[in-house]
Design a protein. Structure first.
Length: 104
């Protein structure tokens, strides 16, 4: 039996997707390499801050929802909460990407 590590046999969808992403990154000039310990620490801090902010948003949202009885107001609160969560999540991912792009 031949080993897949030698490149024999069909590739999984995951392997094909990863190859496409690496090729796209190379074409766009995105350089990825090992992450240093300092970068890992920075990334962990960014994640901790984002998780704290998300927890805070959830508590505030639950509190606001408990006091809102009008369906229209509840829908507006829900939409605002989703936007806030998306904003925090995107901000977290942008900061992590910026940290990873710096040379180690």
């Amino acid at each position: 039996m031949l080993s897949r590590a030698m490149g024999d046999g069909p590739k999984s969808a995951y392997e094909l997707a990863m190859e496409r992403l690496r090729k796209k990154d190379a074409e766009e000039g995105v350089v990825t390499g090992p992450v240093s310990e300092a970068q890992k620490t920075e990334i962990a801090e960014v994640r901790r801050v984002a998780e704290a902010r998300l927890a805070e948003l959830k508590i505030l949202h639950q509190s606001a929802m408990a006091g809102a009885f009008d369906p229209g107001a509840r829908d507006a609160l829900e939409a605002e909460y989703r936007r806030d969560v998306e904003r925090v999540t995107e901000d977290r991912e942008r900061k992590i990407a910026k940290i990873r792009e710096r040379p180690a």
